[in-house]
Design a protein. Structure first.
Length: 483
């Protein structure tokens, strides 16, 4: 397995610190509104990396933080230091804690809907404020931070490696910290805030050695990753928009505190364009998952759309592309139903269903030369810096390959452990059909045998109304259950 490491700017072989186990930190959402589909793309990318490592036989422990401390908006100076969380709470008539709970729930639902596997731990920023204070104290003690009137700043000049991640020169750095505004208290304009004094109107605040205040955003990820994964861990993921300043600052904080490198491999997913442009509310191309499902889209069609581009390239969301993805998914699910072969002996075998699909037989081992060759190519594509477009090419070739249907079913089911598209959704054994459906399928087979097309069509329509799509194949009737 090899994948791109942003810090060294190269595709690196991956070897976990501890054989067989991988520790992974993923920057999570700020929970004051639902995530948008661009955010979802980055969580799908982290999920694919996780599943790719699992495909290599590695056990992955993923930590994903929940940012429930409100941070400043660009114009919060003018609003008495009121943060995004508090603005949302004033808009919705809920407390900041209720806002955080509401949108953490929405995040869990949205990510589950696109088959992002749950993390092992979801640490919350609000539950780690004492840890953040003590990390800030460590940085002051080690000469990397200084306090001025209730504010604590990171002294960027004290950390020679600063800029390593983003390859920014010091002149470019100030722009990345623009939200902090011009602050005459800072030693240098590029220093960033670790602890901030709370403005008079601010609700979320904590006591600290420097007075009432709240932690900066970047210190949160240093604190929670060190706390939950230790001083050295394998992989850190996030969206490319977090590379600077967030991850640059995290490196300065974490390494400044422990005195050595912490993260083995940095992985960033590139952004999502929407209708060819940067997604923005003002441009009318800003979407959340609910905007897609309200139009009747399967959330997994969005996942399939994302898989069609490699994670390190911008992908473009369009409604046409989503429709095409939906049709592609439907085609693969129908193929799975055909290959499964409703009454074949595999139905009695038991095995783990492919990523949440129906409980199906998996008794047929993949052993033909052609199947093994396809399997090798699929796995090589995944292990080669998550080349999902190439992996999907192999999936497309499977249909025409000279491979037994039962083997095809097995193969695509096992690949779906990585793809996460629920390709076996709706595939059932005869016993798992809705009541009465099996009898109707048999009646329809008899009608067809006696060339009674009118009855056969009527039964097909009746079955469709019950959510059973009938598929006629040379080997007999197959079906796909949609509810
Ligand atoms: Zn982070």
């Amino acid at each position: 397995m090899r994948f791109y490491d942003t810090l060294s700017r190269s595709v690196k072989d991956f070897t976990p610190l501890e054989p067989g186990r991988v520790t992974m930190y993923t920057c999570g959402p700020t929970v004051y509104r639902p995530v948008h589909i661009g955010n979802l793309r980055t969580f799908i990318a982290a999920d694919l990396l996780r599943r790719a490592l699992a495909l290599e036989g590695l056990e992955v422990r993923q930590v994903l933080n929940i940012t429930d401390v409100g941070h400043m908006t660009d114009d919060s100076q003018e609003q008495g230091g009121v943060d995004k969380m508090q603005l949302a709470s004033e808009d919705e008539g809920l407390s900041p804690a209720e806002i955080a709970e509401k949108y953490t729930g929405a995040f869990m639902r949205d990510t589950a809907a696109v088959n992002v596997l749950p993390a092992a731990v979801y640490p919350k920023a609000t539950e780690h404020v004492p840890d953040m204070i003590s990390l800030t104290e460590t940085l002051i003690r080690r000469g990397h931070a200084y306090e001025v009137a209730g504010m604590v700043y990171y002294d960027v000049d004290s950390f020679p490696g600063y800029g390593r991640m983003s390859h920014n020169t010091m002149d470019q750095l100030a722009a990345g910290h623009r939200i902090e505004g011009a602050d005459p208290q800072k030693r240098h304009h590029y220093d960033f805030t670790l602890w901030r004094a709370a403005g008079s109107r601010r609700l979320m605040r904590w006591p600290s050695p420097w007075g009432d205040g709240y932690p900066g955003w970047h210190i949160e990820c240093s604190t929670m990753s060190l706390r939950h994964l230790g001083e050295r861990f394998d992989v850190h993921t996030g969206g490319a928009d977090l590379l600077f300043p967030h991850h640059e600052d995290e490196i300065a904080q974490s390494e400044g505190a422990v005195g050595h490198e912490v993260v083995g491999h940095w992985s960033h997913a590139y952004h999502l364009l929407s209708e060819g442009r940067k997604m923005a509310k003002s441009a009318g191309n800003f979407y959340q998952l609910a905007d897609l499902t309200e139009r009747g889209a399967d959330p997994l069609a969005f996942r399939y759309l994302v898989l069609q581009t490699r994670y390190r390239e911008p992908t473009n969301f369009t409604w046409d592309a989503l429709d095409a993805a939906e049709r592609g998914l439907a085609k693969y699910r129908k193929q799975m139903a055909e290959w499964f072969g409703g009454d074949s002996p595999i139905r009695s075998a038991t095995a783990r269903p492919p990523s949440g699909g129906a409980s199906l037989g998996a008794g047929v081992p993949v052993r033909s030369e052609a199947a093994l060759a396809l399997d090798r190519r699929f796995r090589q594509a995944v292990a080669d810096d998550l080349n999902t477009p190439r992996a999907l090419t192999v999936v497309a070739e499977l249909a025409a390959a000279d491979v037994e249907p039962a083997e095809k079913f097995q193969l695509l089911g096992s690949w779906d452990q990585f793809l996460g598209l629920d390709l076996a959704r709706g595939v059932t054994t005869r016993d798992q059909l809705p009541p009465g459906a099996s009898e109707k399928i048999e009646a329809r087979e008899r009608a067809r045998a006696s060339r009674d097309w009118a009855s056969a069509d009527r039964l097909r329509t009746e079955l469709a109304a019950e959510g059973v799509e009938v598929i006629d194949t040379p080997g007999g009737t197959r079906w796909l259950v949609s509810r």
